[in-house]
Write a protein that binds this ligand. Structure first.
Ligand code: AMP
Ligand code: ZN
Length: 110
């Protein structure tokens, strides 16, 4: 996808503070952290919202969640964390490439 900042980060064309990468996802630090730990888990495949999930993408997101769970302690999230996936205008989604916010490292206000 042209001009998609997360596609460019996933492809290594734009620098990011990556903490994990495999063939289908990348996890990097949010540039404007809203908690002590604020990471973004981004599937390398470009799609914007869960309205675009097919079986393959649904399975991909399942594996992304599984990976976040497996990395929990290594990422400093053993005391708990929050996952947020903003969808569309009312949620304030600014990057239209699906991403999972991972927030933690401190008690979080709702
Ligand atoms: P959302 O509002 O859910 O679309 O979240 C987009 C997130 O991407 C925001 O929290 C931004 O701070 C973050 N962001 C935007 N550009 C970058 C970047 N180049 N590197 C890391 N995080 C970014
Ligand atoms: Zn993209």
């Amino acid at each position: 996808m042209e001009n998609c900042i997360f596609c460019k980060i996933a492809a290594g064309e734009i620098a990011s503070a990556k903490v994990y990468e495999d063939e289908e996802i990348v996890i990097f630090k949010d540039i404007e952290p809203k908690a002590k730990i604020h990471l973004l888990c981004v599937p390398k495949e470009h799609f914007a919202t869960v309205a675009e999930l097919d079986e393959g993408r649904a399975a991909l997101l399942g594996r992304a969640l599984q990976k976040i769970g497996a990395l929990r302690d290594a990422l400093g999230l053993s005391e708990g964390f929050r996952l947020v996936v903003n969808q569309g205008e009312n949620a304030g989604q600014t990057v239209h490439h699906l991403h999972i916010h991972i927030l933690g490292g401190e008690p979080l206000a709702w």
